[in-house]
Ligand binder design. Structure first.
Ligand code: TYD
Length: 139
């Protein structure tokens, strides 16, 4: 069984969509293996979004991600890394199909509700970035 990392972003928390998003993962047959609410720091964001730090939109992304706490989830299931990305939809919510989480609930390419690890390598890195081993259950 694979495990992926989902971050419920400030727009998800602020718009009270936490339950709806978790419901969708559970309805798809995935299992919550870890969960924590946390305030993102500048340092953690620079590590998590290292591939984007030089982008002109990075300051806005950083401000958004620090505008309220986020909720980090470890989500387990067969093929969950790729299947979660399909469930989430593309980065820009305006271009995401109906039926995807971003297509149904997101606003644009920054306020897009959640993060999902994009590869097995990223999932492994993000699991150790956001969780200690004692904070993951069900293995
Ligand atoms: P990225 O890793 O490209 O996408 P995804 O979240 O779909 O894996 O980008 C990370 C986040 O950066 C994205 O979820 C929202 C933010 N972002 C912007 O704010 N503006 C942009 O133009 C892009 C491409 C991303």
């Amino acid at each position: 069984m694979e495990t992926t990392v989902i971050l419920l972003k400030p727009d998800c928390v602020g718009r009270r969509l936490v339950g709806e998003v978790i419901r969708r993962f559970e309805a798809a047959g995935f299992t919550i293996k870890g969960a924590k609410m946390m305030a993102m720091t500048r340092e953690l964001l620079r590590e998590h979004y290292a591939h984007l730090v030089a982008e002109p939109f990075y300051p806005l992304l950083e401000a958004f991600m620090m505008s309220s706490p986020v909720i980090a989830l470890a989500v387990g299931g067969d093929g969950v890394i790729e299947r979660a990305r399909t469930l989430v939809g593309p980065t820009d919510s305006r271009k995401a199909a109906a039926g995807t989480i971003r297509g149904d609930l997101g606003t644009d390419n920054r306020r897009n509700i959640l993060h999902a690890s994009d590869s097995p390598e990223a999932a492994a890195k993000e699991l150790s970035r956001f969780f200690h081993s004692g904070e993951l259950f069900g293995d």
